[in-house]
Ligand binder design. Structure first.
Ligand code: GLC
Length: 444
C-alpha cells in the first residue's frame, strides 16, 4: 500500500463516520461525539477540509456546561434510550446545557491543541477570526479546571472517574479501584461467578471480542462509580466529600500543561490579556508536575489526591510526559531510555500503553498493553519539541506501518501488530493522515 492509498483509505473512514456536524469514533460501538476524539479527528481533517475540521470542533461546544466543563460525550439526542444515552441524565445538574444531553464528566483537554493546528491551515486573517470565535469557550474551560478540579490548590487537576483520563482501564486507576472502590454487590457478583452470565449480555461484545475489552467486573465497577457521580448530581463539592477515587492523573495534567501554553498563544494573537490569577495558576501547574515524578524509580506517576501518595503503577504516562514540553534535557534522556527499552515500552510495534514487563500487561486488552495511535501521536509531538527528531520519525514510520498492515483499528497488539478493538476507528484514521503529512514535511 502506498502512502497515497493509505491517506485515501483514512479519509474514507472519516467520511463514513461523518454524521453531519460531527464524526462518531466508530459505527455501532460509539455512536455519540467524544471530546478528545473530535480534537484528534479535526487534526487530521484539517489537511483535507479545514472548514469541516472547524465544524468538528465547534460542534463540541454544543455540549459545554454553564460552568465551563466540556463533557467527554455530547450525546446523540436521537438515540434516547440506546447506547448508554440514559445513564448520564445530565439534566440532574444545574450546570448542564439546556437543549443538549451530555455525559457528566470531562476528558483530556486537547481542544486548544486542535484549535491551533486547525488555525495553521488558515490565512492569518481567518486564523484570528477563528481564534476569536473559540476563545471564550476555551477560556471558560480552563477557568473551570482551576475552579473545580484544582482540589489540592497545587495547580494539578484532579479527575473523578477513569473515563476522564481517556485511558479507561489503565492500570494505575484500576489498581486504585480494586483496592478501594469495588462495591459490595460487584464483589458478590464475583464470588457467585455471575459475571460470566452478565458477560453474555454485554452489548459491546457484539462489536469487539471479550478479551479485547474491559473485564465485566471492571466494567461494573466503572458503571457503579458513574452512578455515584450521577446521584451526587455531578456536583464537585459533594463528590469530594465521599469519593475514595480522586486522582491527579499524569496524562491529563501533561495535556493540560500543553493546552495552557496554547491558550496563552491564542490570547496573545488576538490581544486578549488572561486574568493574572490564571497565568499564575498555569505556572504553578508546570512547577507542580515535579510532584508526579518519582526520583527512585525514575517514573512519572499519577497521584492519589486523597492521600498525596504517588500511585506507583507504571503506565505510558511516563513517556507521554514529553508532550508537556517542559521536561529538562537530562530527564528527557531518562524517558527516552525507557521508551527504547524492549523490556518496557519498545516492542516490535511501539509504543505499548503499559510496560511489557508489568504484571498488568496484556497485549490486546484495551488500555492495558496495546499500542494506540493517539498516544503515539502525543509522544511524537513531545519527542520533536524535545529535540528528538530522528526518534520521532522512527515512531511515525512504525505507526504508519502498523496501520498499513492492520487497518484503522482502535488499537493494536504491540507484539504482533494485529489490530484489536473497533474497526474503522476515526482517530486512528485522522492521526494517520496527520502523521503522513508530518513525514512528508520531515523529508522536504
Ligand atoms: C473509549 C476510549 C476513550 C474514547 C472513547 C471513544 O472509551 O477509552 O478514550 O474517547 O472510547 O472513542
Amino acid at each position: 500500500m502506498t502512502n497515497d492509498e493509505l491517506e485515501q483509505a483514512c479519509l474514507d473512514v472519516l467520511i463514513n463516520n461523518n454524521r453531519g456536524g460531527y464524526t462518531i469514533p466508530t459505527e455501532g460501538l460509539y455512536p455519540h461525539q467524544w471530546l478528545w476524539d473530535s480534537c484528534f479527528i479535526a487534526i487530521g481533517q484539517r489537511h483535507a477540509d479545514v472548514e469541516r475540521a472547524q465544524l468538528e470542533l465547534k460542534s463540541l461546544l454544543r455540549g459545554q456546561w454553564h460552568n465551563g466543563m466540556l463533557p467527554n460525550m455530547v450525546l446523540n439526542n436521537g438515540l434516547s434510550g440506546r447506547a448508554g444515552s440514559n445513564f448520564w441524565q445530565s439534566n440532574v445538574s444545574v450546570d448542564s446545557p439546556d437543549d443538549q444531553r451530555t455525559s457528566g464528566i470531562s476528558q483530556p483537554p486537547m481542544l486548544a491543541e486542535a484549535v491551533v493546528m486547525v488555525g495553521e491551515k488558515l490565512s492569518k486573517a481567518e486564523r484570528l477570526l477563528w481564534y476569536k470565535e473559540i476563545y471564550p469557550a476555551l477560556l471558560a474551560n480552563h477557568k473551570w479546571h482551576y475552579a473545580e478540579r484544582d482540589l489540592l490548590d497545587d495547580g494539578l487537576i484532579t479527575l473523578v472517574h477513569p473515563w476522564e483520563t481517556g485511558l479507561d482501564n489503565t492500570p494505575p486507576w484500576m489498581s486504585m479501584i480494586h483496592d478501594n472502590t469495588v462495591p459490595h454487590w460487584v464483589k458478590l457478583v464475583k464470588a457467585l461467578s455471575i459475571d460470566k452470565v452478565i458477560t453474555k449480555f454485554r452489548s459491546d461484545h457484539k462489536f469487539v471480542p471479550a478479551g479485547e475489552r474491559l473485564t465485566t467486573l471492571d466494567g461494573l465497577s466503572l458503571y457503579a462509580l458513574q452512578r455515584q457521580l450521577r446521584r451526587q448530581r455531578y456536583d464537585i463539592t459533594k463528590i469530594i466529600k465521599h469519593s475514595k477515587l480522586l486522582i491527579q492523573d499524569i496524562n491529563y495534567n501533561v495535556i493540560f500543561i500543553r493546552a495552557n501554553q496554547h491558550l496563552r498563544t491564542i490570547a496573545k494573537a488576538i490581544d486578549k490579556t488572561l486574568p493574572n490569577y490564571l497565568t499564575e495558576k498555569m505556572k504553578q501547574t508546570e512547577t507542580s508536575l515535579e510532584l508526579l515524578w518519582d526520583p527512585y524509580s525514575k517514573n512519572y506517576y499519577s497521584r492519589d489526591a486523597n492521600t498525596g501518595q504517588l500511585i506507583k503503577v507504571p503506565s505510558i504516562g511516563t513517556i507521554v510526559a514529553l508532550y508537556s514540553g517542559i521536561i529538562n534535557p537530562d530527564r528527557a534522556k531518562i524517558i527516552i531510555k525507557k521508551l527504547y527499552d524492549n523490556q518496557q515500552f519498545f516492542s516490535k510495534y511501539p509504543v505499548a500503553s503499559v510496560p511489557l514487563n508489568s504484571s498488568w500487561f496484556s497485549p490486546r486488552r484495551y488500555w492495558q498493553g496495546p499500542t494506540w495511535i493517539n498516544t503515539n501521536w502525543l509522544i511524537v509531538d513531545g519527542l520533536k519539541r524535545s529535540g528528538f527528531d530522528k526518534e520521532a520519525t522512527g515512531i511515525i514510520e512504525q505507526s504508519l506501518e502498523l496501520v498499513k498492515k492492520s487497518g484503522c483499528r482502535e488499537y493494536f497488539s504491540p507484539k504482533s501488530g494485529k489490530g484489536a478493538g473497533a474497526h474503522d476507528f476515526s482517530w486512528t484514521a485522522a492521526l494517520t493522515v496527520d502523521l503522513l503529512y508530518q513525514i512528508t514535511d520531515v523529508k522536504k
